[in-house]
Design a protein around this ligand. Structure first.
Ligand code: ADQ
Length: 483
């Protein structure tokens, strides 16, 4: 029976190990959240790093972890501490991540990290090779594994390979800075189908291929000497019904069954019924624009004093990549600005910002999406941004206003939101005011259009579209070679 492999840096589970017990839980992150629902509906096996250092475990613990993973249809690629530092925190997150998000000033060029990146991509290729029985399709995800398509293609030329990049692909002028640019492009071209979130990322990639390698390009096909590679955009969707249903469920619960967060929001609202809750949720990452968001919020409080006691920013920052310097610095900066704003604008019983530095269970996330009237999403660069979509999907009665950065891939499909430039504080402040004052029927009108679109192009449709395209690529390639 044919089956397909999903490959990503991290497995979509988080493993906790105590003396007698092994726990497996779903992990946070766009890719994990998105692909989980898809992998269940196909005959698939997911290969990736488990996040656990197997060298620290006893033999019996290793067995237990592997069998817990097997139940989840997962196979682990074991990484040493050094590999995690050089390949994951190093090349992936200190070179590719900042460069592809236009944070040129943060990019490191360390040969040692590049060598580790190549080694780990090869390690993935080896584990894949051990699990190839009956496999005819492989879907590789994201920037940690840019060299993997070529490694697999060389060894298994008949297997169809799809690759999807979850982050932006930068303009050629930026990409060319990378000393290893040719190897990276060649690595990606090992795939038969390359997918991006938006047409712009696709266009940037094509331009890099044309200028660096000089291959013939026909609209969205790249003609290599012996095969063709198709390039297309597939804007990633969300599990729409899951968010709608969870939001409905959250509203219907009796007081006793409500989450603490929801009870607290409702209690606060009873005390101060004029309050508008503004929601901000993301990983604590410099690309997500937390600093400019906070500065814009401060600007708003400064310039629109009539709203000072009528607005509360619920700021949820999920700890992320704490081993990378910039992330630690940013955490201190966020702490400082939140302190400054609360110090300036708090009264005895009211803080303008409620700040949480942690991850939250799904139910709480939905409570916040459902209850807060406004979402403020201001990334400096973002491949897509699923939070924007999840917020809209959780608005069961159509109320709510989304303020969204034009630098997020999601803005291309969500023009009914209030679209802002994340570097324009005055514009963001103005959008907050507009959101507060927006009439209900206008909110509902905008959200109805958005919801219809998100429901139609949901995560399942995204994955099936990608997989169908992958099948078509194979047929086209056979016709092309027969000519
Ligand atoms: P991320 O950068 O992780 O993903 P995003 O698309 O916003 O960003 O997804 C974050 C996910 O984490 C959401 O599904 C959200 O529900 C979840 N989440 C956020 N905060 C949480 C919290 N406090 N507790 C629990 N869960 C939380 C990368 C790219 C994005 C791209 C995705 C998918 O950087 O641009 O949209 O991949 O391709």
């Amino acid at each position: 029976m044919s089956r397909f492999l999903i490959i990503s840096n991290r497995l979509p589970v988080q493993i906790s190990i105590s003396e007698n017990d092994i726990g497996v839980e779903p992990s946070v992150g766009g890719l994990a959240t998105g692909m989980m629902s898809v992998s269940k509906s196909f005959n698939s096996l997911w290969i990736g790093w488990s996040g656990v250092d197997f060298n620290e475990l006893t033999n019996s613990q290793v067995k237990k972890v592997n069998s817990a993973l097997k139940k989840e249809k997962c196979v682990s690629v074991n990484l040493t501490q050094e590999e995690v530092e050089l390949y994951y925190e190093g090349f992936s997150n200190k070179t590719i991540w900042p460069l592809f998000h236009y944070f040129n000033q943060f990019v490191e060029y360390e040969d040692e990290q590049w060598q580790a990146y190549k080694r780990v991509n090869q390690k993935f290729a080896d584990v894949i090779a051990e699990n190839m029985e009956g496999v005819d399709k492989i879907w590789i995800h994201d920037y940690h594994l840019l060299l993997l398509p070529q490694m697999i293609k060389e060894k298994f030329p008949d297997v169809t390979i799809g690759f999807f990049l979850h982050i932006p692909f930068p303009s050629y002028e930026l990409f060319r800075i990378l000393p290893w640019r040719n190897e990276i492009i060649q690595g990606m071209l090992g795939a038969d189908l390359l997918g991006f979130h938006t047409f712009d990322y696709e266009r940037h990639f094509m331009s890099a291929v044309r200028r660096l390698l000089g291959y013939d390009i026909n609209i969205n096909e790249i003609h290599l000497p012996k095969r063709i590679v198709k390039v297309d955009n597939f804007p990633m969707g969300i599990d729409y019904d899951k968010f709608q249903d969870a939001a409905l469920d959250s509203q219907k619960r009796s007081v006793r069954d409500k989450s603490e967060i929801r009870k607290e929001l409702e209690r606060y609202y009873l005390l101060y019924p004029e309050t508008k809750f503004v929601l901000s949720i993301d990983r604590l990452d410099y690309t997500k624009g937390l600093i400019n968001r906070l500065e814009a919020f401060e600007y708003f409080l400064e310039n629109y004093p009539e709203y000072r006691n009528k607005i509360t920013l619920v700021l949820l920052a999920v700890p992320s990549r704490i081993g990378v310097d910039q992330y630690q610095q940013m955490k201190s900066e966020v702490d400082e600005i939140v302190g400054r704003i609360n110090g300036t604008y708090s009264s005895i019983n009211r803080n303008p910002i409620w700040y949480f530095y942690r991850s939250l269970p799904f139910e709480n996330l939905v409570d916040l999406y459902n209850y807060c009237e406004i979402a403020l999403i201001t990334p400096i660069r973002d491949g897509m941004n699923l939070v924007a979509k999840e917020f809209i999907a959780s608005k069961t009665d159509g109320r709510g206003v989304l303020i969204l950065s034009e630098m997020a891939g999601a803005s291309k499909e969500m023009s009914e939101a209030l679209i802002i430039n994340p570097n324009d504080r005055a514009q963001i402040a103005e959008a907050i005011k507009r959101a507060i004052e927006m009439p209900l029927d206008e909110q509902i009108e905008r959200n109805t259009v958005l919801q219809k679109r998100l429901k139609r192009y949901n995560i399942e449709k995204w994955a099936t579209d990608f997989l169908n395209s992958l099948d078509k690529v194979l047929q086209n390639e056979q016709q092309y070679l027969a000519k």
